[in-house]
Design a protein around this ligand. Structure first.
Ligand code: EPU
Length: 420
């Protein structure tokens, strides 16, 4: 199993280009199932999750070709049943269900389980499918949805923690081929939903309001092939910006959508980080001493849960007390005990972590538990004295394109060991 070895204490300096967004690319790839015609998707990040989605589409019968950062998919003939084990292994693959139901009027996928960050139910996805007229049955670990016809309707998709990103994506993808008008209230407003809607519109779908809590979809009879370029990954950008601040470096991020980063940049500024915008580039460096900030994760445009762990790593080296509250996932604090191995002082009280920062961190062997927890450990390792060994690097490869080479190019002393 591979590990990353980081010798910390080197300020990151230079320029880095941000890759396409994983969480936009995955549902957009799934959306290609909605048409028999070829689709071309550009600016797709080279990640294990993306390859995995390619494999799922292939097993459904689609032709999938990766070339550089482009993927071509043609789903001329497909079946409605996702491979049980493949779908179960990646939670994001639940978003094949909406397009299968939309096109074939039937979809069968393995019911995704929880994961380390929380229970991760799909009740809201299923509520949306039922509202469109589908019958949903859970049996032998599978969820089956089927309908004679799908009919547009008004529905409310808000849940315990607010809107659902993949639930909104799934229902939107089923509704584009439903008869009549669907209105999704309490829809997720994330940029990844807008990107998916843009791709669906390029395929001939009629969608208004994506990016707002009310999305209106006028069903059409069929969709055609389309080309699309995936938006930049706002979480990768946030991760590099936070790593720059944590190492007291000076890095320019290229290919960024600044308008997708409002909450993160605002908190970084409050924490004493200077951010200079120039079109699609952002220059990051500290403006003075770091200051503690309190953070609460929220659906977009609030502070993203996917950048919570990374921000906690920064707060761990910032003198003072900060309170970080996780409102989206119930157990997304797996990084806390590992950050504490590096010397961070953190106490968990319910949904909040109280970070008493400022004590220098020192390298140690740590274990990555999920994608963003791993990113937090990389940041902490870069800022720590001595050597940090991060085990289970495959979590990072799910969501960060060549993170070790990108960091090395910025001067980090990071190497991958134990390649199989
Ligand atoms: N929820 C329900 N019922 C549902 C669906 C969700 O109660 O049917 C709850 C969840 O348990 C959670 C909240 O709603 O408390 C929000 O979950 P959401 O459905 O929005 O999460 P997701 O769509 O499954 C996507 C990203 C996650 C990201 C979340 C929140 C992808 C592939 N995944 O998950 O990304 O954290 O939105 O922004 O798009 C990551 O990239 O590291 C990652 C975990």
């Amino acid at each position: 199993m591979e590990s990353l070895l980081i010798k910390g204490g080197v300020p990151l300096r230079g320029e880095v280009t941000i890759s396409g967004a994983k969480n936009a690319a995955l549902p957009i790839m799934a959306a290609t199932l909605l048409t028999r015609e070829p689709c071309v998707i550009r600016h797709v990040p080279a990640l294990s999750d993306v390859k995995f989605m390619g494999e799922i589409l292939t097993r459904l019968g689609a032709q999938v070709r990766f070339k550089g950062d482009t993927v071509q998919v043609q789903a001329r003939h497909i079946k409605g049943t996702g491979d049980y084990d493949l779908v179960r292994r990646m939670r994001g693959s639940i978003c094949i269900m909406g397009p299968l139901l939309g096109r074939l009027k039937k979809a069968t996928v393995s019911l995704p389980g929880g994961c380390v960050i929380g229970a991760r139910p799909i009740n809201l996805h299923l509520k949306g499918f039922c509202a469109l007229g589908a019958k949903v049955v859970i049996e032998n670990g599978y969820v089956h949805a089927s309908a004679k016809r799908l009919a547009g309707t008004a529905m409310f998709l808000g849940g315990r923690a607010g809107s659902t990103v993949l639930g909104t994506a799934n229902v939107m993808m089923a509704a584009v081929l439903a008869e009549g008008v669907t209105v999704i209230e309490s829809a997720a407003c994330e940029p990844e939903i807008v990107d998916l809607a843009d791709f669906l519109k390029a395929m001939g779908a009629k969608i208004a309001g994506a990016g707002s809590p009310t999305i209106t979809i006028n069903g059409v009879r069929e969709l055609h092939g389309a080309e699309h370029e995936v938006i930049p990954d706002r979480i990768e950008a946030a991760t590099f910006a936070i790593a720059t601040a944590a190492t007291n470096g000076e890095v320019t991020l290229h290919g960024v959508r600044t308008d997708h980063l409002g909450a993160v940049l605002d908190k970084l500024k409050d924490a004493g980080v200077r951010i200079d915008h120039n079109g699609a580039s952002l220059a990051i460096r500290r403006s003075g001493k770091l200051r503690p900030v309190d953070i609460t994760t929220l659906p977009y445009s609030g502070f993203p849960t996917d950048a919570q762990a990374q921000m906690m790593a920064l707060m761990a080296i910032t003198p003072g007390v900060s309170i970080i509250t996780e409102r989206i996932f119930e157990s997304r604090f797996m990084h806390v005990s590992e950050l504490m191995r590096l010397g961070a002082q953190i106490e968990i009280e319910g949904p909040s972590a109280i970070v008493k920062g400022g004590k220098p961190l020192s390298g140690a062997p740590v274990m990555a538990s999920d994608l963003r927890a791993s990113a937090a450990l990389v940041i902490a390792g870069l800022a720590a004295r001595g050597t940090t060994q991060i085990n289970r690097v495959y979590h990072l490869d799910r969501g960060y394109e060549t993170i070790d080479s990108k960091l090395r190019a910025l001067g980090a002393r990071i190497e991958r060991i134990g390649r199989e």
